[in-house]
Design a protein around this ligand. Sequence first.
Ligand code: 5GP
Ligand code: ZN
Length: 113
Amino acid sequence: MSDDCLFCKIVSGDVPAEVVAENEHTVAFRDISPQAASHVLVVPREHHPDVASLAAARPEVAAALLVDVAKVARAEGSSSFRLVFNTGPDAGQTVFHCHGHVLSGEPLGWPPR
Ligand code: 5GP
Ligand code: ZN
């Protein structure tokens, strides 16, 4: 838990979010500013600043997160989805608690905007 981290506060329930799934390792909740018909964020319960540091420190949690991403995508009703981990400010990361964006529910353009 990092005291000034928004997603730690969502994990702990101190900040409300529309949670769609949770388990021992991860919490999945709807993005407040959806960029596709379905836009869910999947985060580890533990605080790690980004996916690179999560994978280095806790590879088993990183693997669990990927399994949960696939479950979330299925539950959202689409066999097609895009998983995005913005990593670092130059890549557009704004919240420094690892999160995978799971985008689905409509045809997604490539390359991304
Ligand atoms: P990033 O830019 O770091 O890859 O993604 C951060 C995401 O968090 C953004 O898509 C943004 O819309 C979302 N977000 C920011 N604040 C909140 C919030 O308070 N609640 C929820 N559910 N999502 C948030
Ligand atoms: Zn955090």
